[in-house]
Design a protein around this ligand. Structure first.
Ligand SMILES: *Cc1c(COP(=O)(O)O)cnc(C)c1O
Length: 400
């Protein structure tokens, strides 16, 4: 394997603490170097000097759509079809409620048991709230295609499994949903910024995702929602907040949704956080998504080969075929929790997902071949010398 293609040349544009190999960008992306100055400037000048006029002179009000367009370019969404705001959980709720209203005669939401819990929880809450006798049907990921039938109102899936990295076939499943008359919602939490995505080509009605993972927007960065342009004017927003109104500053007594994707806005946007995100997203101007994918696969393949050669006790929990994976690799181990703590103590930051998954994200913007080899060597030592076997590594923190 040649070095060329393994790393994208923008590692130096991130703050990466000395001695740390950061394999957790799938949970929280690192800080781009240009972000602190931009945020400081925004706070001092836009907030500090411009005060409330910032909504106009600095166009804070246009930011959710402007930043939405930046995200849209990374997921194959046309201009004006993506808007930012709130959290991913909220965006799941909005997409799902709109989808159910598009299929009033149907009662089933179909998802899979690899989905991230909040997506399923939000579906449960929505079903209770609307009290229409809907059912959340959860099947195994490989059974989704055969479970799509004429009772399904909405298929709600996360393209890349947060635990194993297993990747669904977005185009094929969207087509299957549509063939059965169902609405398709994709959660791109582990896809946006991780691999090429083309929401428009898939034909899905809705796509949602967060920006603090592969898009490096920082903790608490706002989520995004894509609505297929031809349906936007007909969907009914469940969260009918004033900033999704067609004329918020007309202060009309009754809600009238914006004609475009801004109807998915709810309330006042987190301007400081969105400014950090907007700055972070500029990095993508330098990145070709096909190159990113090639580098991600090369790094992941190298890691799997290294770990399997060095750590016989670990079992690959991700698909072996790179075309069926996102940009993360997971290994299962009974000692997974303690071994991950031991790794973190030695500067290799991945994370652990219950019950036994050690998860490693390969984000080629700032991970290189040397990082991968060193991480595998440290993991080998931890496993071979049982360095995980230390009471300090058994203590569970609130966030794993
Ligand atoms: C990370 C993630 C979330 C997180 O939702 P928040 O509301 O941003 O906390 C939701 N869904 C999926 C699939 C995720 O991977």
């Amino acid at each position: 394997m040649k070095d060329a293609g393994l790393t994208l040349p923008i590692k130096d544009q991130f703050v990466l603490p000395e001695g740390v190999i950061y394999l957790d960008g799938n949970s929280l992306g690192p800080l781009p170097k240009s972000v602190p100055d931009r945020v400081a400037e925004m706070v001092a000048t836009e907030w500090g000097q411009h005060l409330i006029t910032g909504w106009n002179v600095d166009d804070w009000m246009g930011q959710p759509l402007r930043v939405g367009n930046m995200v849209g370019r990374l997921i194959g969404a046309p201009e004006g079809s993506v808007v930012m705001g709130d959290t991913l959980s909220i965006k799941v709720y909005q997409a799902l409620s709109a989808a159910l209203q598009m299929r009033p005669e149907r009662r089933v939401i179909l998802s899979d048991n690899g989905n991230f819990p909040t997506d399923l929880y939000m579906a449960e809450g929505l079903i209770r709230q609307i009290g229409g006798g809907h059912e959340l049907r959860v099947v195994a990921p490989e059974e989704v295609a055969s479970a799509i039938d004429g009772t399904v109102a909405a298929v709600m899936l996360t393209e890349v499994d947060y635990r194993t990295g297993r990747k669904h076939d977005m185009n094929a499943l969207t087509k299957a949903a549509h063939d059965a008359g169902a609405v398709m919602i994709w959660d791109l939490a582990h896809s946006a910024g991780a691999l090429p995505v083309d929401v428009a080509a898939s034909g899905c009605e809705f796509a949602v995702g967060c920006t603090y993972k592969y898009l490096n927007g920082g903790p608490g960065a706002p989520a995004f929602i894509y609505v297929r342009p031809d349906i936007t004017a007909d969907i009914a927003p469940a969260l009918s907040g004033w900033l999704g109104h067609d004329a918020p500053f007309a202060f009309e007594q009754s809600y009238r949704p914006a004609t475009d994707v801004e109807r998915m806005r709810v309330g006042t946007p987190p301007v400081i956080q969105m400014t950090a995100l907007e700055e972070a997203l500029k990095l993508w101007d330098q990145v070709d998504m096909q190159d990113l994918r090639a580098a991600s696969i090369a790094l992941s393949e190298l890691f799997i080969a290294e770990v399997e050669a060095r750590c016989p006790d670990l079992t690959l929990a991700s698909p072996r075929d790179p075309r069926e994976r996102g940009s993360q690799v997971s290994f299962a181990s009974d000692q997974g929790f303690a071994a991950m703590q031991a790794l973190i103590a030695r500067g290799v930051i991945g994370d652990f997902r219950a019950p036994d998954i050690m998860r490693f994200g390969f984000t080629p913007l700032y991970i290189d071949e040397d990082d991968v080899r060193r991480a595998a060597a440290i993991l080998e030592k931890i496993m071979a010398d049982r360095l995980w076997d230390d009471p300090a590594y058994r203590k569970a923190n609130r966030v794993t």
